[in-house]
Design a binder for this molecule. Structure first.
Ligand SMILES: [Cu+2]
Length: 148
């Protein structure tokens, strides 16, 4: 349910308004308790929660953060921001040698100051994913622990 739907519900009844307020408070709480670089949402369990969102920033010339975690069995969404002055991209691989690229897990080079988003399926079992910038493949690398 999005904010607009909550607002409409809230206008319809006082009970719904209380429920909406509780939901919003919960969302605010979980947002506040999140540490920088941590992507887990401890208030969500099971398969009904939202996708994991990994916020990854590309600088000249590193990823921040470059070690992240994601839950198993959830689609992985990457919010990618290029805060450097060069073009940067991000691609995800199954192997540390960057030879087995994950299907549809790539953002093409992004201009300085621009952002892009990507969602791909998480691996079937606990695994480490490896990512790198294809423009600076030797310098810009990172890892995502899935289901660790
Ligand atoms: Cu780069």
């Amino acid at each position: 349910m999005n904010f607009g739907a909550l607002a409409r519900l809230a206008r319809r009844s006082r009970i719904a308004a209380a429920a909406a307020a509780a939901l919003l408070a919960g969302a605010a709480l979980s947002a506040c308790s999140e540490n920088a670089g941590e992507t887990r949402n401890p208030t969500v369990s099971g398969n009904t929660g939202p996708a994991d969102v990994l916020a990854i920033e590309a600088r000249d010339f590193s990823f921040v953060p470059n070690h992240l975690e994601a839950r198993l069995g959830e689609p992985i969404t990457v919010e990618f921001l290029n805060s450097g002055s060069s073009k940067h991209s991000i691609s995800f691989y199954n192997d540390a040698g960057h030879e087995q690229r994950l299907r549809a897990a790539e953002i093409e080079p992004v201009e300085a100051g621009k952002s892009s988003e990507l969602t791909f399926e998480s691996p079937p079992e606990a695994a480490t994913l490896y990512f790198r910038c294809e423009v600076h493949p030797d310098r810009m690398r990172g890892e995502v622990s899935v289901g660790a």
